[in-house]
Design a protein around this ligand. Structure first.
Ligand SMILES: *Cc1c(COP(=O)(O)O)cnc(C)c1O
Length: 399
């Protein structure tokens, strides 16, 4: 677990595939003394939905090492893409990035361009691959690295650049076609960190990583995958997750053990079964929140959030520099908030001494972007409570 910020909620009574109707949208009101409104709550399958898959494990006697459930789950994940992809699951998204860098043969000791505006996992993955994160700024509109801007910055980098990891902003997918063009023009490997974009990530013009952590849109607990049109790359990643073995027990190159077990695949299969309804829940709650805040245009949602794509978090942009004050007011009212990406990775002690460009956009986003309570099980009463408190906080701050 990277930090307490990703604490997992206690088991839920509400859950997909349960026989009793889950608590949720149609629970209209709160109890008299409102509880703390949590910023996120994982939406994972209940035991009853997983049991049939556990039965298949009993039957097969296959527990890890690319068993039949895992292979079937990988097939289902790959089938969501708009074009044929090779896909390899990995123990978690962070490891998936590291192994993808290694498999891309990005030279150790070179710089890997990453945004500072990302979750710290991206940078940890780069360091684990033996590369040096070089933090660059993001575009003020997309909140993501711009390939054309990076191409101009590379000649001024503080050392040779060996790879690039563009990061999708909170469930958005970067412009993969533009990144493929960048890769073709520069010859640099590009791996897109689309950790929170399970829903939107259905192309792989460059290799993409999606996390399957319980707090992300589609959870298996801990897990992630890389999808790519480059079958050989995915094959190398697969081999890197299993000691550098290629069909024999001969270890061919430095590698590790980063496989997913059949138990994780059982959860993944149940999560995939429930995904169409899970997705609708996320969309329905997002639309309610958008409606509840329709008269607060100072609260800006990400384009398409809850409409054309969903994810497990709600991230809004508030008036410049106001995130901290609004956050304090919401927290005082028992409403939890989260700076999912802190103040940018350059402010983390772990990365403070690493090379970086000027980061004015990152600093501005850090002061105005806030994660609000949002989860698939959220009730009308909770949506209303959040919206009312946010509107009151803006008013109190004169915004
Ligand atoms: C969650 C996340 C990761 C890490 O994924 P894990 O599966 O938790 O290791 C990496 N990058 C970003 C942007 C994330 O949000």
């Amino acid at each position: 677990m990277p930090s307490a910020a990703r604490k997992i909620a206690p088991p839920q009574i509400e859950a997909p595939n349960a026989q009793t109707p889950p608590d949720g949208l149609f629970k209209a009101s709160q109890e008299a003394a409102p509880e703390k409104l949590m910023v996120a709550r994982p939406f994972m399958p209940v035991a009853a939905a997983i049991t049939p898959y556990l039965g298949r494990i009993d039957g097969s006697g296959w527990y890890s090492d690319f068993g039949p459930l895992l292979i079937e789950m990988e097939r289902r994940l790959a089938a969501r893409f708009e074009h044929p992809v090779a896909l390899a699951t990995v123990a978690n998204g962070t490891q998936a990035l590291t192994l993808a860098l290694m498999a891309s043969r990005a030279p150790q000791g070179t710089l890997c361009a990453v945004p500072s505006w990302t979750f710290v996992a991206t940078l940890h993955a780069v360091v684990a691959a033996g590369m040096i994160p070089w933090m660059v700024d993001v575009d003020p509109v997309t909140w993501m690295m711009d390939p054309a801007v990076l191409q101009e910055q590379i000649p001024h980098a503080p050392g040779p650049v060996g790879a690039v990891i563009p990061v999708g902003a909170f469930g958005v997918v970067p412009d993969l076609a533009a990144w493929a063009k960048f890769r073709d023009e520069t010859g640099l490997p590009v791996i897109a960190d689309c950790a929170a974009a399970f829903d939107a990530c259905v192309r792989a013009d460059v290799p993409v990583m999606v996390s399957l952590h319980a707090t992300k849109a589609l959870g298996v607990g801990e897990g992630g995958f890389i999808a790519s049109t480059d079958k050989a790359l995915v094959q190398r990643i697969r081999e890197t997750t299993t000691y550098g073995f290629r069909g024999t027990r001969v270890s061919l190159f430095p590698a590790t053990n980063a496989k997913l077990s059949e138990y994780a695949a059982a959860v993944g299969m149940a999560s995939l079964d429930a995904w169409p309804s899970t997705r609708l829940r996320y969309a329905a709650v997002a639309r309610l929140l958008r409606m509840a805040l329709v008269d607060a245009p100072q609260v800006v949602f990400q384009p398409g959030w809850g409409m054309s794509w969903v994810t497990s978090t709600c991230i809004v942009r508030l008036p410049e520099g106001s995130a901290e004050r609004i956050e304090a007011r919401l927290n005082a009212g028992g409403i939890d908030t989260r700076r999912w990406w802190g103040h940018g990775c350059h402010t983390s002690p772990a990365f403070a001494n690493l090379p970086r460009t000027d980061l004015p956009v990152t600093d501005s986003l850090a002061g105005s972007v806030l994660g609000l309570p949002y989860y698939a099980q959220m009730s009308l009463g909770e949506v209303d409570r959040l919206a009312s408190a946010l509107i009151a906080a803006l008013k109190a701050e004169g915004l």
